[in-house]
Design a protein around this ligand. Structure first.
Ligand code: BGC
Length: 809
């Protein structure tokens, strides 16, 4: 007893000293963390590793009826209940809070979504102050910029809001691979390519964490669909897992050391990721050197003991029952307390870095005006000009613009679900045009607004339950279009804009149907009739895609005079789009994913979203697919038969025609590539590739330069080419050149060899292809590797339980 007290006193003195001295050197804080762990009771440890529930600011009478995980049934007469009640007030609308024990120096951590900006409640009961956050461009826009510096600067601004509103960890970035165009959460993810995804995520983490707040890279790993996300078992080869799905996370961990990692909902090769020791300990910590803590996704996994043992240190959002289960597990000897101590220690090692622990004062008033400028500019760099027959940029004579399509008036800044930001406003395309001084048409606005208001009253929102619940925007269908409106406008306006909108997000995948992946009849009619009417008057029509993921374009993209993929570009959307249309900004975005001709053309389409599986001996529950797919736990399996042939790795290798290839995007300028040089013909530790890029057009612009490698693929089969490096020029004035150079080391060329569990760069001849896209290769050069190089031997881990068909060349 006396011993305990003494220990407690020394912990307190130590903490006091550290706080007074205003800094925590790593070694001292680690020592104090160990002391804190020693001074905690089993109950406190269990309460720390299990979150305190997801708290929605609801009337008490409603919350009482919610399950414990969502804040119901909290006994506020106990010390724990009192503490939880208090910390829930720290940041209303946050996704999770961890327990605090002021007497021990343990402060609470506030964990808040999400990838496109901080997600908190914008208003608080009884207050007139508002707490809006900036809706930055979605991750897909960021990846389309191919600009790590830009992404880091967006992360910096986002992190300031995290800090100033009092959160400790932002639950972002999300970097799952865009395996299939129909994944509902693709907007939160970067790309179909792991190198691009990893570099983007690392830049974002570095930007956010430069403010002294943390991140949680998610969803680790292979969370490529929403359908049955809590029970789906992904069967995937070790090689595809390492090369495609894990690689981006590895880059992010090693190049930015995120404070935390969020495990995903799904299983991989039979095991929940949050219960996988292979994934969270062997791979993440031993192979890669991750130093922070791992938390579950909200409600993920099923066995808290397995989670602790696996190295999943924190359960979110957590419930009192799980705390009880954990305590009993230790008491009964099912879980060794030393395992729990390690989990606690990892959480505390991050805690000592948090703003709350350091007592950082918060302003609650980040500079939202400055951040509006950040998002406005960043979005323009991620827009992709898909087609342009001289319609863009607007010529000087264009003054009057007719805007068609619902989304012109109700612009979509970002996707739905936990990745949806509560921003103060979204600039519509119409407002963007007006802000830039263009004349628009009140009668069109009235027609659209009246139609949308009526249509939303009868809209079926059941499919988008989560979006509706979380206040997301669910666009209504385009109206049946009357050609006479187009003719009337063509007589008056100088140009037509037609915005096609789509939204999706957490809680559901998209469908390969009209009105979703495919444009529906009304949308196609709209494009056709408006273009015809404007062409009849010698005027042009431009389509703007305000979408969170890929849509079909091949059947209609040659009708209008230009197509701009604006994605969902954040709250300044309308201004950003008009900056590009007007030529104030020259578009420089390139696709970070392939646009297939038809949905079925993609390599994953036969295996998306998988199928129900019959569990032997169990009652057949495969037939019942009722209920809410996002939450139910029916046995479900998806087999990644396409293996490593994801996205362009498939389309380019098997010569499947596409609408727009990976890396594609036009500019208002033209660029010439010349003088490709390799530092050597024979590979030693690395090869340096350099190339000159010259702006040969009439306007200033930036060019994304992509470096692909074709490997010999002798004993290790390889895709036709793989991205190994990329860069972007600064703004080049007409006639100006820049030299870009890239270091290619053996790791960038390596493949994962399942037999030896190692990364190997095969001996043989390699071709370096430098291009403006994955197909538009401008220059090639070769070098050779004399003998096989073993880059790294890693843990044998996550092996599929059975063999399955895999795609081969
Ligand atoms: C999502 C996560 C999110 C968490 C907390 C989950 O449903 O999958 O991405 O961070 O909720 O809101």
């Amino acid at each position: 007893m006396i011993g305990n007290k003494l220990r407690l006193n020394s912990v307190l003195t130590l903490l006091l000293l550290l706080l007074v001295s205003g800094g925590l050197s790593a070694s001292v804080s680690q020592k104090s963390v160990k002391e804190i762990v020693k001074s905690m009771t089993l109950e406190q440890k269990a309460q720390l590793v299990i979150g305190t529930g997801m708290y929605f600011p609801l009337p008490d009478s409603i919350r009482e009826k919610m399950p414990p995980m969502f804040g119901g049934g909290l006994d506020t007469s106990t010390p724990y209940g009192k503490m939880v009640e208090k910390i829930r007030g720290y940041l209303p609308g946050t996704a999770g809070v961890t327990a605090e024990y002021p007497g021990l120096g343990v402060t609470s951590q506030t964990l808040a979504d999400g990838p496109a900006g901080l997600r908190i409640s914008p208003t608080r009961p009884g207050e007139t102050d508002t707490y809006y956050c900036t809706a930055f461009p979605i991750a897909t826009v960021m990846a389309s910029s191919w600009d790590t510096e830009l992404v880091e600067s967006v992360g910096k601004a986002m992190g300031i809001e995290v800090l100033e509103y009092g959160a400790d960890v932002l639950l972002a970035p999300a970097l799952n691979i865009q395996r299939d165009p129909l994944c509902g959460r693709n907007f939160e993810y970067y790309s179909e390519d792991p190198l691009l995804s990893g570099k983007m995520a690392a830049a974002m983490v570095n930007g956010i964490q430069s403010n002294g707040v943390g991140t949680s890279i998610k969803h680790f790993v292979v969370n490529n669909q929403e359908t049955n996300r809590m029970s789906v078992d992904v069967i995937v080869s070790e090689r595809a897992l390492r090369e495609i799905y894990l690689k981006g996370f590895k880059i992010a961990v090693q190049e930015s050391q995120p404070w935390t990692v969020m495990s995903s909902y799904n299983k991989v090769n039979g095991v929940y990721t949050s219960e996988s020791h292979d994934l969270l300990t062997k791979i993440l910590r031993n192979d890669w050197g991750f130093e922070g803590y791992v938390m579950t996704d909200w409600g993920g996994g099923s066995d808290v003991v397995a989670q602790m043992v696996a190295g999943n240190d924190m359960i979110q959002p957590g419930s009192p029952e799980t705390i009880k289960t954990l305590i009993e597990a230790v008491e009964s000897g099912k879980l060794d307390e030393s395992v729990l101590d390690t989990n606690v220690e990892r959480i505390l090692n991050i805690m000592v870095k948090t703003p709350r622990f350091k007592g950082t004062k918060i302003s609650n008033s980040p500079d939202l005006k400055a951040h509006a400028q950040v998002t406005r500019q960043a979005a323009t760099d991620g827009m992709v000009l898909l087609e342009n027959n001289g319609a863009l940029p607007f010529s000087k004579s264009i003054k009057n613009v007719a805007a068609f399509g619902n989304a012109s008036y109700d612009f979509i800044s970002g996707g739905t679900g936990s990745g949806d930001v509560n921003e103060a406003y979204t600039v519509s395309l119409l407002e963007g045009l007006q802000n830039a001084g263009y004349k628009t048409y009140g009668e069109l606005k009235t027609t659209y607004e009246t139609y949308m208001e009526e249509a939303s009253k009868v809209q079926d929102k059941s499919k988008n339950f989560i979006a509706a619940l979380m206040g997301g925007k669910i666009p209504v269908e385009e109206m049946a279009f009357d050609a006479s409106i187009a003719e009337e406008m063509a007589a008056k306006a100088d140009i037509a804009l037609i915005t096609i909108g789509r939204n999706a997000g957490e809680g559901g995948d998209r469908e390969a149907v009209e009105g979703d992946f495919y444009l529906n009849k009304n949308e196609k009619d709209l494009i056709k009739k408006v273009t015809e009417a404007f062409h009849a008057k010698g005027k042009k029509a431009v389509v703007i895609l305000n979408v969170g993921g890929v849509v079909e374009t091949a059947s209609w993209s040659n009708i209008p005079d230009a197509v701009l993929c604006a994605w969902q570009p954040g709250q300044e959307g309308g201004n950003s789009v008009v900056d590009v249309l007007s030529g104030k900004v020259n578009p420089s975005g390139k696709l970070a994913q392939t646009f297939p001709v038809k949905y079925e053309d993609g390599s994953s389409s036969d295996n998306f979203p998988g199928e129900a599986i019959k569990v032997e001996g169990a009652e057949d529950n495969t037939a019942d697919q009722s209920g809410f797919s996002m939450m139910r736990r029916v046995p479900w399996e998806v087999v990644y038969e396409e293996d490593i042939y994801v996205g362009y790795r498939y389309f380019n290798t098997f010569d499947v025609p596409v609408a727009y290839e990976f890396g594609y995007g036009k500019s208002y300028s033209t660029f010439e590539y010349s003088n490709l040089k390799l530092s050597d013909k024979n590979f030693d530790e690395k090869i340096t590739v350099s190339i000159d890029v010259k702006n040969t057009g009439d306007v200033a612009g930036k060019e994304v330069v992509q470096v692909y490698a074709s490997a010999p693929g002798k004993s290790l089969e390889k895709p036709e080419e793989e991205l190994v490096a990329f860069g972007k020029t600064a703004l080049l004035e007409p006639g100006k050149s820049a030299t870009l150079s890239f270091d290619i080391d053996a790791a960038l060329l390596a493949s994962f060899d399942e037999a030896s569990t190692s990364w190997i760069t095969e001996a043989g001849d390699y071709i370096i292809k430098v291009g403006a896209s994955s197909k538009d290769i401008k220059a090639k050069a070769t070098f050779s590797v004399a003998k096989d190089i073993t880059v790294q031997k890693v843990s044998k881990a996550m092996v599929p339980e059975r063999d399955f068909e895999k795609m081969h060349r």
